[in-house]
Write a protein that binds this ligand. Structure first.
Ligand SMILES: Cc1ncc(COP(=O)(O)O)c(C=O)c1O
Length: 420
């Protein structure tokens, strides 16, 4: 995405042209930028001399076209459900490049995963027991809860005492023995303690990694570990004062992981970034439908998307920058404070970080198109049909050209599984 003469462009295409062609609301992803994000990460690990295996966290955005695009650029997939594993197979990832880490795997789920030979990081003793009921032998990883949390919101912090995920460090040896007794072999440890953290949190990440190191050293006495997986979580700047990781800070991140790997002496280091790869490449375009004209206590703008299309402000109070596609440089325009509200019948359905965080914008008009930034991750993948609103189309920009990768839904999509 670039800004030229106050207009937002994707390659040489104006944002409004995309809306004219594909409708509004519309997700647009600059695939060309994804390759840069991957390169930034890989370069940091190259600098510290550690071969890293990147397993993309599919939950961030599970579009088939995206997975196909990623297939030759990264090592593998971190799936959080059997269908995320299945779509990754369809995208061309072979089973040994896919692993799943999920808190609930039914007998049917496990049956599918085991038949397909997909890697599993077990989340509980119960998952060990249930796998052993289906197969006589399987290699598994263990998700460890380091009892430390990290991340930008309580809903996406996954470590700590009050977390449903993983196995406590002091119980890992017991898990290994339990698995062994049932014919399973533990060959990896996994840890993801939370999401969307920035360089200031590297100290916490280091502490988490130290717990992993100690846990792995102890586990190594009971089983042969071949990989350590340090999860995802690297964030992107969302609020105006937040900063992206610099190369130096990414090198610090890589170094923390390298130290752990050196101490444990396993063959493979894995990470599972989602947001870092795809978050900042996505923009949600949405059209202004109504603007209040003095009849409401504040200036309210209603757009044609709601939290069913992009839920992060509603779910996490997340701040996402919003730009008018034809008035991108706000210093050149008269400004006003607005509530940018969604089209759903729910009071919290606003794209400001909260109902009280009014956004300073150029004076808006009906039919203006707004670009909600940094919406490539946890945008479409969390969308729903609440209020019987349709999920939007998705477009990828590849080599500067637009390509429709998902059609907008229609009425039939809303009712196709209903039986009346
Ligand atoms: C197990 C696991 N791995 C990786 C990720 C990816 O996180 P992020 O998108 O913050 O990198 C998540 C996110 O919830 C996760 O639960």
């Amino acid at each position: 995405m670039k800004i030229k003469n106050n207009q937002i462009y994707f390659g040489e295409i104006k944002a409004e042209e995309l809306v004219e062609k594909f409708g509004s609301p519309l997700y647009v992803y600059d695939f060309d930028q994804i390759a840069n994000n991957i390169e930034r990460l890989k370069r940091a690990f190259k600098i510290v001399g550690l071969k890293i295996k990147i397993y993309y966290a599919t939950k961030a955005n599970s579009s088939l076209a995206l997975l196909r695009f990623l297939k030759d650029k990264i090592e593998g997939i971190d799936a959080s459900s059997p269908y995320e594993a299945r779509i990754s197979l369809e995208a061309g990832f072979s089973p040994h490049r896919i692993m799943i880490t999920a808190p609930a795997l039914t007998i049917e789920d496990l049956g599918y995963l085991l038949r397909k030979n997909i890697g599993i990081n077990i989340d509980s003793f119960s998952q060990i027991d249930q796998i052993a009921k289906i197969v006589n032998f399987y290699r598994i990883g263990i998700r460890v809860n380091p009892l430390i949390e990290i991340g930008s919101h309580q809903h996406i912090r996954t470590g700590g005492k009050y977390s449903k995920f993983g196995i406590m460090p002091i119980k890992v040896t017991e898990a290994i023995k339990r698995a062994k007794n049932k014919g399973l072999e533990v060959n990896g440890l996994h840890c993801h303690a939370g999401s969307n953290w920035l360089a200031k949190d590297l100290i916490t990440f280091k502490k988490i990694t130290e717990v992993m190191t100690k846990t792995a050293q102890k586990a190594g006495k009971f089983t042969k570990l071949t990989y350590l997986d340090f999860g995802g979580g690297l964030g992107i700047p969302l609020k105006p004062k937040e900063k992206n990781f610099t190369t130096n800070q990414l090198v610090q991140y890589a170094n923390i992981i390298k130290k752990s790997i050196n101490k444990v002496k396993v063959k493979e280091a894995r990470i599972e970034p989602g947001r870092f790869l795809i978050g900042d490449v996505g923009v949600l375009l949405t059209k202004v439908v109504h603007i209040s004209k003095g009849e409401k206590p504040i200036n309210v703008v209603i757009v044609d998307a709601g939290f069913n299309v992009f839920g992060r402000p509603f779910l996490y109070g997340a701040y996402h920058q919003i730009i008018v596609t034809t008035k991108a440089n706000i210093n050149k325009f008269h400004l006003k404070k607005y509530m940018i509200a969604g089209n759903l019948c729910e009071s919290g359905d606003v794209f400001n970080a909260s109902k009280k965080e009014l956004r300073i914008m150029p004076i808006l008009e009906e039919n203006d198109i707004l670009a909600i930034l940094n919406t490539g991750a946890y945008g479409f993948s969390m969308s729903s049909q609440f209020n019987l609103r349709l999920r939007p189309a998705e477009v990828a920009i590849i080599n500067g050209k637009d390509k429709l990768i998902r059609k907008k839904e229609d009425y039939q999509d809303l009712i196709k599984n209903q039986i009346a």
